[in-house]
Every structure is written in structure tokens, then in C-alpha cells.
Design a protein around this ligand. Structure first.
Ligand code: GAF
Length: 399
């Protein structure tokens, strides 16, 4: 299996500049070029909306937005990936509609306006290297890229967490996806060569360096597309809430699953459904695993970090039930290759990607294994890329 190449940011920016010129030939040279990355989460899955801990890193793959104020009352946006020009007036009454990709943009615009920021009408183009529907946060990278673009054309300086929250709100209201804050926060705040241990309650984070040259991070796309705005993600949230309500009868200081431990959960086990119990067991144990994994990575203890990743997958598969047979197969295949420390599904689940931590010297054996076995068993070809932790969103003024 060949690895997907990583396109340097400058090349993606060049594509966006050319697209801007061909889409808006009358507009002259654009004023702003903004970018924001996709993400892969090393560990800490389905914990963010339970006030818990996550350990994601930014991909080197980015969404780039190039554009200018247009001095009119209507925004016009084009995307390299989709036909047509989208037009809308930047006002608080904007509603979601077609095409779907433009909702992430409109949703962020509305959130700026509601918070009292003026959004000048703009012409812009979107070019993205982040695979869509691959579970690596293409939508969060678009939200954060447009928030960064608006910050730049408005000459604003927003708290990073505020931009992330605008993106999250856009996702909730304009894409019907009640996500947590992990994807937008890492896209905004990522630090080169580091994963971030994020406390999703306070939104504080600590960098955890991941730059050992002998170790690498492989992201493998099952190429099964998930549709998270379907019923499963909100259902998991509800089941966590059900478990929380029961835990609160034990101790009113428990305001989210993050505050509970397994001993407390076991004390109230008989008062909740078996499903709610397993969902809570995943979240509580995943928080512990995430804190421990961050500590292990800080000390270069990859064997233990990998073991925690394997345990995370097991818990997501059996207790949280968000994996699928294709992801399980990729994890099993990875686990059978010597030199692989650990592997797990990453992101919301039901398809998308796995993340594997391994010795660099074992990379070719792992790729060979995927090549030989995955398509044979699923009828689908997987794709993979190696990533180092990239940096977060940013922009340049061009004139
Ligand atoms: C999706 C969501 F958008 C995140 O907020 C997070 O909940 C993740 O699924 C699961 O950890 O990516």
C-alpha cells in the first residue's frame, strides 16, 4: 500500500490563489489567506462532551481560504471541491440550506454577528486537503479556517477558544451535529510537534511533545464514510446523560461523567440500564487512559501508550459500540505486526480512520499487511498517510 503524500501548505495556498483569480477576475489581488488543519485524536474518544480529557494532534493537511472584503452587501464563496458559487447576505437571520458545505461558513458568520462582531461582505474560495467524511475533522477545519479569515478581514483578535466555540455552535445549529469541542479547539490551538492534552471542561491544554524520529503515527482510512449527524452520536450523548443522572443521586457534586470514578459507577450499577452503565464505563475509563497516555508519551513510554490505545479501541468497540467491522479489522491487522505499539479507531466512529503508533522501522510491514488483507476481507481499498503533529490555524495579509 502506497502512502498518500502530504501536499505542502504553500502548494495548497497556490491552488487557492489561482482559484480566487479565476472565480473573481474583477476582484484584483486577494487580501487574506487563512488556513486551519484537520485532526487525528491519539486517545480520549467521546469524552469531550462529558467534560473529559482528549489528546489530539493537528494533521499537516489543511483547509485554506483566500479572499477579500468586496465592499458590497453579499458574500460570495466558491469551493474547489464543489461546483457553483454560493451567495448570502451576512446577517443574523441566515439559515442553513443548500449546498451543505456552505452551512459551516454561514454558521460561523452568524456566530460572529450574534457576539457583536460585524462581518463585512467578502469574496472567498475554499481549498481543502483534509479528506471529507474520513473522520479527521474536515468540517472543523473549514469552520476554524473561516473564523480565522473573518478575524483577519475584520481586524479582530479573538480568544482562540472563542473561535473554536463559534465553530462548534455552527456545527450544532447549521449541520445538526451536536459535537464536543475537541476538533475545533485542536484545529485552532495545535502546536507543531505536539499533541495537546485538552481539558474539555476548562478548555485549558498542555502540549505533549511527539517527535521521536524512530516512532511514527499512521492514519489509515477505512474508506467507509460515516454520517455522524445521524442518530447514533446524539443517542450516545443521551445515554451518558442517563448514567449521569443516576450518579448524581449518589453524589450531587458529580456534574458530568468526568467527575465520577468506576467505584461510584459500580455502586449505582443496578439503578441504570445495562447500556447506560457500559457507556459510562467507557467514558470514565477513557479519561483515565487519556491522562495516563499523555504521561507515557511525555516519558517516551510508547509500549504503555500503545497498550492504552488498544484498550481504548476495545472499550469503544464493546462498551461504547461506535466501531465497525472495517475499523476492527484494521486494528487487528495492525496489532499483529511486530513493532506496532498500539492502534485504535479515531474520531466519532462508524467508519473513518484508525490511528496507529508504531516503530518507524515497522511501517513497511504494516502497510504490506493492510494491502494484503484489508481489501481481501472488505472489498474496499484503504488509504493511509503518516503524519507528524502540525500547527494550528493562522493567516497572512497579502496586501
Ligand atoms: C466527533 C466530534 F465532533 C467530537 O467532538 C468528538 O466527540 C468525537 O467525535 C469523538 O471523540 O469528531
Amino acid at each position: 500500500m502506497k502512502l498518500l503524500p502530504t501536499t505542502p501548505l504553500e502548494q495548497v495556498e497556490q491552488r487557492a490563489l489561482s482559484l480566487f483569480k479565476s472565480t473573481f477576475p474583477e476582484s484584483g489581488h486577494p487580501q487574506i489567506i487563512a488556513h486551519a488543519p484537520g485532526r487525528v485524536n491519539l486517545i480520549g474518544e467521546h469524552t469531550d462532551y462529558n467534560d473529559g480529557f482528549v489528546l489530539p494532534l493537528a494533521l499537516e493537511m489543511q483547509t485554506v481560504i483566500v479572499g477579500s472584503r468586496n465592499g458590497k452587501d453579499t458574500c460570495r464563496v466558491a469551493s474547489e471541491a464543489f461546483e457553483g458559487l454560493v451567495s448570502f447576505k451576512p446577517n443574523k437571520d441566515l439559515k442553513p440550506g443548500d449546498p451543505l458545505w456552505s452551512n459551516y461558513i454561514k454558521g460561523v458568520v452568524v456566530n460572529f454577528l450574534r457576539s457583536g462582531y460585524e462581518v463585512p461582505a467578502f469574496d472567498a474560495v475554499v481549498v481543502s486537503e483534509v479528506p471529507v467524511g474520513g473522520g479527521v475533522s474536515s468540517s472543523a477545519s473549514l469552520e476554524v479556517a473561516i473564523a480565522t479569515f473573518i478575524e483577519a478581514i475584520g481586524n479582530y483578535h479573538l480568544e482562540p477558544s472563542k473561535k473554536a466555540l463559534f465553530g462548534q455552535a455552527a456545527e450544532h445549529e447549521f449541520a445538526n451535529m451536536p459535537c464536543g469541542i475537541m476538533d475545533q479547539l485542536i484545529s485552532e490551538c495545535a502546536i507543531q510537534d505536539c499533541a495537546l492534552l485538552i481539558d474539555c471542561r476548562s478548555l485549558a491544554f498542555e502540549p505533549v511533545e511527539v517527535k521521536d524520529p524512530d516512532t511514527c503515527i499512521l492514519v489509515c482510512n477505512s474508506n467507509i464514510k460515516h454520517q455522524l449527524s445521524g442518530s447514533e452520536y446524539p443517542l450516545r450523548k443521551q445515554q451518558c446523560k442517563d448514567a449521569l443522572t443516576v450518579l448524581q443521586s449518589l453524589d450531587s457534586k458529580i456534574t458530568s461523567l468526568r467527575d465520577a470514578n468506576l467505584e461510584q459507577l459500580n455502586q449505582v450499577k443496578d439503578n441504570m440500564s445495562e447500556v447506560a452503565y457500559r457507556r459510562a464505563r467507557h467514558v470514565i475509563s477513557e479519561n483515565d487512559r487519556t491522562l495516563e497516555a499523555a504521561e507515557c508519551l511525555r516519558k517516551n513510554k510508547y509500549e504503555t501508550a500503545g497498550k492504552l490505545m488498544n484498550e481504548s479501541h476495545f472499550s469503544l468497540k464493546n462498551d461504547y459500540e461506535v466501531s465497525c467491522k472495517e475499523l476492527d479489522l484494521l486494528v487487528d491487522l495492525a496489532s499483529s505486526v511486530p513493532g506496532v505499539y498500539g492502534s485504535r479507531m479515531t474520531g466519532g466512529g462508524f467508519g473513518g480512520c484508525t490511528v496507529t503508533l508504531l516503530k518507524r522501522s515497522s511501517l513497511s510491514s504494516l502497510l504490506e499487511k493492510f494491502e494484503k488483507e484489508y481489501e481481501k476481507h472488505t472489498g474496499i481499498a484503504a488509504t493511509a498517510f503518516v503524519t507528524r503533529p502540525g500547527s494550528g490555524a493562522g493567516y497572512k495579509k497579502l496586501q
